[in-house]
Design a protein around this ligand. Structure first.
Ligand SMILES: C[S@@+](CC[C@H](N)C(=O)[O-])C[C@H]1O[C@@H](n2cnc3c(N)ncnc32)[C@H](O)[C@@H]1O
Length: 254
């Protein structure tokens, strides 16, 4: 084979073997993903360490669990889960600076193998791997998150929220630590969840029917008045048509 062809083939081969940067498209995708992260839905405020400990106890955390802290701030909840229980833990936060700080804190605590942190929007995150979820968000954010928790988390997954509840989804337990309420829910199995959904739907219907019943009497009166008015209009119309017919009737022959 010609020497220059051999050199060309070698050069091509080497180019393919060099550890390469991701193709331009991928870089673009990554930066777009980071750029797409919105402003936080909740302002950063750390849970006091005593509350973190109580949240993990309330969740009944064990080393077999995988804990997700949605909106993980400086990482104190995942770090405590890893350090004190040997559990795997994932922190998700939309603020890249807080994610960097949480990773640094995990390094200092020596738990980077167990506690990892992702710079993601919690509403976009895949929660399927969690067996325990912790939250310290706002009431409206909890409510917005509720359908996602019920859809993605496996039955039996425990959800613990610091301070805010989940509307009409009643908690299994509620305790207070340093004057702060902590709530615990367990994700029901799908059949129970559907049954509960149906139960709530029926309850809403019953409430609506009750409300209607309270207004029924005025309704009857209004309907009665409307009917009387319609009857008057109908009579007037009938007599007008009769008069018109008479006036325009063709003259009888013979
Ligand atoms: C009140 S702090 C709680 C921090 C930590 N979980 C704790 O209890 O110490 C709420 C955190 O949620 C984060 N956050 C707000 N909106 C978010 C979103 N859409 N996705 C992910 N993180 C979010 C904020 O950056 C903040 O760190």
């Amino acid at each position: 084979m010609n020497r220059s062809i051999v050199c060309l083939l070698l050069a091509l081969g080497l180019a393919n073997c060099t550890p390469s940067e991701p193709p331009a498209g991928e870089i673009d995708q990554q930066s777009t993903k980071a750029a797409k992260l919105r402003k936080p839905d909740v302002r950063y405020e750390p849970s006091p360490h005593s509350v973190v400990r109580a949240m993990l106890t309330l969740a009944g955390l064990s080393r077999n669990d995988v804990l997700y802290d949605l909106g993980s701030g400086d990482g104190r909840i995942p770090i405590a889960a890893a350090r004190e229980y040997g559990a795997r833990a994932v922190g998700i936060d939309i603020d890249p600076k807080l994610v960097a700080r949480a990773r640094q804190n995990a390094r200092e605590a020596g738990v980077t193998r167990l506690a990892t942190f992702r710079n993601e929007d919690l509403f976009e995150a895949d929660l399927g791997g969690a067996s325990v979820v912790t939250l310290f968000l706002y009431p409206d954010v909890n409510l917005k998150l509720r359908p996602k928790l019920l859809a993605e988390l496996r039955p039996g997954t425990r959800v613990v929220s610091h301070w805010h509840d989940m509307g009409d989804w009643k908690p299994d337990r509620m305790i207070e630590v340093e004057g702060r309420p902590l709530y615990l829910w367990t994700i029901p199995n799908r059949a129970d969840h559907r049954a509960r959904g149906e139960h709530l739907r029926l309850r809403r219907l019953a409430r609506a029917a009750n409300k209607q019943r309270r207004f029924r009497e005025p309704g009857v009166i209004t309907n009665g008045l409307r009917q009387a008015q319609l009857e008057r209009w109908a009579c007037a119309l009938v007599s007008l048509t009769g008069a018109w017919r008479e006036a325009h009737a063709a003259p009888r022959i013979g």
